[in-house]
Design a protein. Sequence first.
Length: 203
Amino acid sequence: MTGLRARQKFDRNNRILEAAAELFKRDGYEAVKMEAIAAASEVSIGTIYNYYQNKGDLLVAIVSMEVHEVLQAGEVLLEHPPLDAVKAINTLVDIYYKHSLVYLSKEMWRVAISISTQQPSSPFGIAYSALDCALVKQTCDVIEKLQSLALFHRNVEARVIGEVIFNNLNMMFMGFIKDEAMPLQKLRRLVRAQNRTVLLPLI
């Protein structure tokens, strides 16, 4: 019975997050009311508030869902990376970028980043920073893996290069979400060229 209740709770939470993500993307984060999310997920408004105190909590949960799926895909790459340093890093960046708009719109990303910046000590801000740190660590882990395969010079500081790569892809992503007209393909093309310039002297 306990297992059944846990499964039902998990399914309810998934329905809530999927409904919220769809409504936020379709109607805009600010316009969506909690009541609409409850109706779309076929739960009571009280049930929504049992899981989440406000829309911000829902948004960070959606971001968390997105990042955890990205991290899982990154772990697969980490186990068996391409035997070419530039290709491996570009593949990792592609994983991050391609998944970025599955659950979130550009507007949702802007709101999430704004809240995390304005309220860094809030539960939202702390959770968002933790997700960022996990992505930074994975990027550094990939560099270390490539270094262990002799795909970088031995004097390369894996953590430093990993942080540079992530900070750049993150900054470029900020520009991407600010520009509603910018296609994902252009972002990937720009960052690929930058990665090549940064990494080639280190191989």
